[in-house]
Design a protein around this ligand. Sequence first.
Ligand code: ATP
Ligand code: MG
Length: 340
Amino acid sequence: MKKTIFSGIQPSGNLHIGNYIGAIKQWVELQNFLTDSDLIFCIVDLHAITVKQDPKELRKKNREVAALFIAAGIDPKKSKIFIQSENPDHPYLGWILNCYTPFGQLERMTQFKDKSTRLRERSGEASKQDSVTAGLFDYPVLMAADILLYDTDEVPVGEDQKQHIELTRDIAEKFNNQYGEVFKLPAPRIIKETARIMSLQNPMSKMSKSDENPGGAINLLDSKDVVADKIKRAVTDSGSEIAYQADKPAISNLLAIYSRVTDTSIQDLEKKYQGVGYGVFKKELSEAVIEFLEKFQSRYNELMTEDGNLDTILDEGAEFTRSRSAKKVQQVKDAVGLGR
Ligand code: ATP
Ligand code: MG
């Protein structure tokens, strides 16, 4: 059956191995498996400006992320890649959906609670009022619009986005109850073992672009030495066994990373490292991650130097999505009674 798959990543901060394992790797697998489907991958710059961004840096990141997608295996012949702000239907539908989203439901979003708390802590008491914007609060509604514009069947994401997709379904259902079947209800697609790659410095919190602790995330563009150092300094658990289990969150996280960058099962890795100490395990993990990143980065560097190609890909992506979303927007306008 022909399906539509949609997902996005913010062009803020540095993309890390958690973004790759939790999201992009899944996209590539889906792309190569669902040959008859529409796959749409978005660089969500309108989401990125919910927190402060440097304009030059943001533009640079938009291109970088497009090249990172392709280096990771997204094939522009099979999937569409576009920049969110180049399709104005996203904020347009976002506004309309705002008017169908209960405020109280947005107040329950854990990502908003976490991010706003962190922002307030960082900016201190003095600027308490200013650091958290209405856009940050409203983030999940724009995300609902992103997804609903394309009659998306599945949204491949990491675990942290599950609540936002549930909200998307709620908004769509409520709208449909009032106006008939306008929106398709999307389902999250989350791979359990790797849906939540944790910080190397704190296995209780997820690896994040917005983490202030630079040792917590392995970035996709980190150099060999930086990666080796980060893995060396990664926290471990008490005991000495290499095992994937609840009381060993740090080692379990390292095993999950190891497993996904080498396409080896966690069980096989546990067997391989039976009776072996943390030191050797970390050294070999580090070699595996470096090997993976070296291949990845050489493809990335080529793409960044090829003139024009990236622009053609992004132009085609934007055009494809605009023609598709225009139909959905018209349907929504007709339902609500907007315009003439
Ligand atoms: P930020 O801290 O700015 O929110 P982020 O690291 O969470 O950045 P996003 O752009 O918000 O990155 O998310 C992009 C995709 O990566 C989403 O599908 C999200 O679920 C996934 N993702 C993010 N962090 C992780 C992680 N630690 N493990 C697995 N998947 C992740
Ligand atoms: Mg995030």
